[in-house]
Design a protein. Structure first.
Length: 424
């Protein structure tokens, strides 16, 4: 286990630090149910607490002119102090969902006759505003990430009714986009980077071991079984490996096609020339028949509409990155504010998940700078559907699993070329 917030390194006001110190003292010395009662008295009831010094500091924090902004960060850190401590101790991990139940319990307004009614009302309003913010959404994802068991794949498959958010641990390329924000501390970012590297490496090892087992099984009768580390069927996994490691068609593998295109595009002088060649490169592995050529026409028109790559402008690295980013907007999803993904669903339904992920891979292979940008597009989809049951968004689960494979085979530290012996 690891903590996502290093409590002693925050920059804070004296009042905020006083509250942090008391929360740390409580969570280190008392049982979770006692801490939760204290937290409720302090932040939700906001009167009747014996910690008058802390209550007075909290009143001053809530009365600050910029409290609508600053309180969210302050309260977020208060929550992390408790969650960090509980999640690091297996005997106390059950306290985390109990704590979230407290956060989401509606409270009656304070009685008007109370001397502190205005302070209580202001504090509750700030807490309510926090619960409606992106900070709280991120807190929920982080808590789920920390508590989610590294379950056996066969067990995960039995839990199709559970929400998608519970699978976030499986997809390390989503970590930084779903679990961090601009306000995250340096320590948080370091912890997530370590977790991401560890999870990615473990998946690569598990995938390699499974494929090695499959190869050996072809020539040996008695061999210790190794489980498929993905949520795909063995048939789907082999098809994905064939697509990502083997030859896609007569043009060769994705890597070979990307290398040829990179050499070719280095000779291009204008953006119009690049757009024309990029269109051919992207569509030469996509069936022209589906939708009566609808996708090809849409992509052609979209490429020609990109302002950063207008006809006679010189073609350079900036134009390459900008064009690839905008094409990913078109192919997957644009933004959290505009989460429509009709083109993406059209591709999935007509050319299949593997070929669709392969199309995205082709873009990243010629412009590796957009890899984080594509990962962010998938994080937008994940966040959009995170409360849906896994069985209702199986199409997205399959995409995320196949992107795991595509990233491992092309950007990981292990050599998967031996898999050709299995899939040929």
């Amino acid at each position: 286990m690891f903590s996502l917030l290093a409590e002693k390194h925050w920059q804070s006001t004296p009042d905020e630090q006083l509250v942090y110190d008391h929360l740390l003292l409580w969570v280190q010395a008392e049982l979770p149910e006692q801490v939760i009662d204290r937290f409720k008295s302090l932040f939700f009831v906001a009167f009747g607490t014996s910690d008058w010094e802390v209550q007075a500091a909290l009143d001053r924090i809530a009365a600050l002119p910029d409290a609508q902004t600053s309180f969210k960060l302050f309260f977020n850190r208060c929550c992390y102090i408790l969650i960090n401590r509980w999640q690091s101790q297996p005997q106390f991990q059950d306290a985390v969902p109990e704590f979230f139940a407290l956060l989401e319990t509606p409270l009656n307004p304070p009685l008007a006759g109370l001397a502190r009614s205005q302070s209580v009302k202001r504090l509750r309003s700030l807490v309510k505003s926090y619960l409606q913010s992106s900070h709280y959404n991120q807190l929920c994802r982080t808590a789920q990430f920390l508590l989610e068991d590294e379950q056996d794949v066969s067990q995960i498959k039995k839990h199709g009714s559970r929400p998608l958010i519970g699978l976030i641990r499986r997809y390390p390329y989503l970590y930084s986009h779903c679990l961090l924000s601009d306000d995250s501390s340096f320590e948080q970012k370091q912890a997530i980077q370590r977790a991401q590297g560890k999870a990615q490496k473990q998946f690569e090892v598990d995938l390699s071991q499974f494929l090695t087992y499959e190869l050996r099984r072809q020539s040996a009768r008695m061999i210790q079984p190794v489980k498929n580390p993905t949520l795909l069927t063995e048939g789907e996994l082999k098809l994905a490996m064939k697509q990502f490691v083997g030859k896609v068609d007569r043009n060769g593998s994705y890597r070979e096609m990307a290398n040829r295109f990179t050499v070719q595009s280095s000779q291009i002088r204008t953006c119009q020339g690049f757009k024309d060649d990029f269109y051919e490169y992207l569509t030469n592995t996509v069936d022209t028949q589906f939708g009566g050529g609808r996708f090809h026409n849409q992509l052609h028109d979209y490429l020609n509409s990109i302002a950063a790559a207008n006809s006679s402008q010189p073609f350079n690295d900036f134009a390459l990155v900008r064009t690839c980013n905008q094409v990913l907007n078109f192919l997957v999803v644009e933004s959290p504010q505009r989460p429509q993904h009709f083109v993406f669903m059209d591709l999935l339904n007509n050319v299949g998940t593997t070929a669709t992920v392969g199309l995205l891979l082709k873009i990243v292979l010629v412009c590796k700078k957009v890899k984080p940008y594509l990962e962010k597009r998938f994080a937008i989809l994940f966040s959009h559907y995170e409360t849906q049951s896994r069985s209702n968004v199986q199409w997205l689960v399959n995409c995320l699993e196949q992107l795991n494979i595509a990233w491992s085979t092309h950007f990981g530290s292990l050599d998967f070329s031996f898999a050709n012996q299995i899939i040929c």
